[in-house]
Design a protein around this ligand. Structure first.
Ligand code: CP3
Length: 353
């Protein structure tokens, strides 16, 4: 299991980039920064490019997905592109009826709640991922020495949408299923792990230099449930990419109490949300794990002096860790002024790494 010699991580393009260096705990030439949801509604060029095309349809048009991925890199001078796609794309490509409803999120035609529902889930054919591989290849050809980050949804977060059939606040459906019907839960989490794993592997093999597993809703779980019912499936999702040499990041929100088990699924870097200062996150992880995060997205609309002080505090707290990639503590809000993001990037790059 190795990457091809012409992969950006292997042929010298990205291996010593600031992002990959920091992910590996090596001192970077400048302090790296990118933003979750940097490709999206905060950019007028995104809204223009997407006009008349559905969200999931856009993800499956390689030239469009590539263009949208490149937009924030051109505009902000961030240190990575994040592949424009969605965590439910592997479901869609497997043939599960799912759409993204604007202002709502992922909605399934039929929720997956019983053993029979899970048994009826289709398999994801490898060839169905070809539009993803094509979009990644087009993108890395343009990015040069800037690494592309591939991603996938973690099994719990995917299952949260599948069981509820739509976004929910407390994720009662999947959390009940774990206890009420653990066998069905395991089968569902295993299915989600496999399709997410295939999706992430396709991106890394096609040219992504790092991978991020998003377990956005893992914070709704207590530590015992996380370790028993969720961590094994998240580890399984990464089994197909762990040996490839691309650094792996694991991120969720509200995860202050489960940072260590999230790291223990076998990742190189832990993404921290805005709730926990990075020096405390570093302490909880024993001081050996590079971190990513955690500017509070709410402060992007604060007066510049307030935001600047916050960014400097995040950078200072992050310097406790063996590596730090600056990011937000969750995604860019759609109403963010993109010029503020550009200013934040140049502020971060101006601080000695
Ligand atoms: O810039 C990037 O981060 C890359 C692309 C990306 C998207 N979704 C594009 C997108 C990534 C990495 C994701 C991951 C994703 N999708 C997650 C994990 C990260 C997180 O935010 O916690 C989750 C939970 C989803 C599911 C999802 N997709 C939600 C909750 C929504 C928002 C619904 C809404 O309209 O408010 C989406 C839609 C989505 N995914 C958009 C984008 C740019 C908005 C689509 C639009 O333009 O209308």
């Amino acid at each position: 299991m190795t990457l091809s010699p012409s992969h950006p991580l292997m042929d010298g393009r990205t291996a010593e980039s600031p992002l990959i260096s920091a992910y590996r705990g090596v001192k970077p030439s400048r302090r790296p920064v990118w933003f979750m949801r940097q490709a999206g509604r905060s950019l007028p060029e995104y809204r223009k490019a997407r006009e008349g095309t559905g969200m999931l349809e856009s993800c499956l048009l390689p030239e469009l997905a590539s263009e949208i991925t490149l937009q924030p890199v051109r505009r902000h001078d961030v240190d990575a592109g994040i592949f424009f796609s969605d965590i439910v794309i592997p479901l869609k490509l497997a043939g599960v009826g799912v759409d993204i409803v604007s202002g709502v999120g992922p909605v399934l035609d039929s929720p997956v709640r019983t053993a029979a529902d899970v048994a009826a889930l289709p398999t994801l054919e490898d060839s169905a991922l070809d539009p993803i591989r094509e979009a990644v290849a087009l993108t890395v050809a343009e990015l040069g020495s800037t690494p592309l980050i591939g991603f996938a949804g973690a099994p719990f977060t995917l299952a949260a949408y599948m069981v509820e059939g739509r976004p929910s606040r407390d994720h009662m459906g999947p959390r009940s299923m774990m206890h009420a019907d653990p066998e069905t839960w395991q089968a569902l989490a295993g299915w989600a792990a496999d399709v997410s794993g295939q999706f992430l592997r396709a991106q890394i093999e096609a040219g992504a230099s790092a991978g991020q597993l998003f377990d956005s809703w893992a914070g709704s779980l207590g530590r015992a449930d996380y370790e028993r019912f969720v961590a094994p499936a998240s580890a399984r999702a990464l089994d197909g990419v762990r040996g490839l040499g691309a650094p792996l990041v694991h991120f969720g929100t509200g995860t202050s109490e489960i940072l260590q088990p999230m790291r223990d699924v076998g990742v190189d870097v832990v993404g921290v949300d805005y709730r926990l200062p990075l020096d405390e996150a570093n302490r909880r992880l024993g001081g050996g794990v590079p971190l990513q995060g955690n500017i509070d997205p709410a402060l992007l609309t604060a007066p510049w002096e307030v935001l600047e002080a916050h960014v400097r505090a995040v950078v200072e707290a992050g310097s406790a860790a063996p590596g730090h990639v600056v990011n937000l503590g969750h995604g860019v809000p759609p109403t963010t002024d993109p010029e503020v993001l550009t200013l934040v990037v140049s502020l971060i790059h101006s601080i000695e790494p």
